[in-house]
Design a protein. Sequence first.
Length: 220
Amino acid sequence: MRFGVLVFFSAVITGCNRDIKSPFPAGLEPLEANKASWPSGAGYPEQLSCRSGTAEEADLGEYTWVHCKTYVNHSIEAVFDAYQRPRVMTDRRAVNEIDVEWDVEPAYEVSYKVSHVVYDPITVEFDYTWRHGDVDGYEDEFTEAGTRWQKTFGTEFIELIRGSIRTTEVDEQNTGLELVLHQKTAREDEPLMMEYLRDMLTDIRAATDGDDLPSYESGV
């Protein structure tokens, strides 16, 4: 399991595993402007088009960013419904157990906390808080949704994970997704981030198609 390798590597370096709490700023807006291009090809390709790099913050130091854009060939309502299935949004390859608590942030249309447990090779726990909502400003239409998520509590081996999705209606059967992900851990983050976003898109496509989600060794 890829996260287990990360935990082991970090444990050797630090010799400890403390839990840290990370404040989650309010809002549903994207973390930043998305630098990726839309995927090219006929129609609206359901494939990721991505760019990546590094940035710095004064209190955090250097972290990795990944920006992706893609399409899902279903209505925005169907995509938004998929977001409300925590297993769809979870990095299921990387964890052994999850537990979901709903309505953790009542100010938002949809919110939940996903508590993760990893047993390989040492036990670590961490929480992601998710929020989703209609942000187009119209009562009788649904053309744009905002999503934000962040690691808000748990193992110090994950110093930063935060993300956003801007979801927009292209037409009645096609939806555009603009994803931004920031991450800082003890390993090379970009490959892990790309695998997670590919898995997320695969799960969203499966959910909107009415198919079962893929199975992974983790069993989640």
